[in-house]
Ligand binder design. Structure first.
Ligand SMILES: *Cc1c(COP(=O)(O)O)cnc(C)c1O
Length: 233
């Protein structure tokens, strides 16, 4: 068995254990395999083992990989998620090539994605990236500005607002990891209580997916635990 397939099994076991511990169903947590910096061959190996959802951060790298993978596996139900920073002049290829975008933080970007989404593809799934305190990347909308942005994005015709995403600062202690994820969960619960039909909390990576699942993650974005350590960022 290849390393990637073994790693996928180990990550799946961690998800099962974390879901069990939290009294949640394994099926309520989707594994997004983050393949940035790894070649199409690595994606094909994971797909052969039944992993179809992949996250990419760098647009040109992603477009090349998506083309190579669709050529090799024309009949597989691949689902590509854009999880990197978005430049406003790059929204058109993102709207055309991805099923999900996790990193929307401005209305202008959302409007462009909606206008540029090819209608035959159906709505583009969106998560708003939130800058919870101490967020490692410093990207994301502030918690204060989130409700207004969420209401505006929810109105856009070719997008479907699914939920929230965050990248908390790396913390060694599980308590601290959980506290950061809980902040995102609280914001999510408030938006739902205000009537937005959200179903997605995109949080947790290789080092903290257990804490994220304990706090309600529905998508964990896992790269190095599946593909190994990255040679460049
Ligand atoms: C790279 C990346 C990941 C995966 O990180 P690992 O620590 O390798 O699991 C998840 N989310 C985002 C937004 C990333 O950029």
């Amino acid at each position: 068995m290849s390393t990637i397939v073994q790693n996928l099994q180990a990550v799946d076991a961690s998800i099962v254990a974390a879901a069990d511990a939290a009294g949640r169903s394994r099926n309520d947590v989707q594994l997004l395999a983050v393949s940035k910096t790894f070649p199409a061959e690595a994606v094909l190996e994971a797909a052969a083992a039944g992993q179809y959802a992949f996250g990419e951060n760098y647009l040109q790298e992603a477009l090349d990989k998506i083309a190579a993978v669709s050529h090799a596996l024309p009949a597989s139900p691949m689902e590509w998620h854009f999880i990197g920073p978005i430049q406003s002049n790059k929204t058109r290829p993102i709207a055309a090539s991805f099923a999900w975008v996790h990193t929307v933080e401005r209305l202008k970007i959302a409007q462009r994605l909606s206008e540029q989404r090819p209608p035959e593809l159906g709505a583009l799934n969106i998560c708003l990236q939130v800058n919870i305190s101490g967020e490692a990347s410093k990207s994301g909308v502030t918690p204060e500005a989130l409700p207004e942005l969420a209401r505006a994005v929810a109105q856009l015709p070719h997008l479907r607002l699914r939920g929230l995403m965050a990248i908390p600062e790396a913390q060694a202690q599980v308590d601290r990891q959980r506290a950061a994820f809980r902040q995102l969960r609280v914001l999510y619960d408030r938006l739902r209580a205000d009537g937005l039909a959200l179903d997605t909390l995109s949080m947790g990576m290789s080092a903290d997916l257990g804490a994220a699942i304990a706090e309600g993650a529905t998508i964990v974005r896992v790269g190095s635990a599946i593909f190994g350590s990255r040679q460049y960022e």
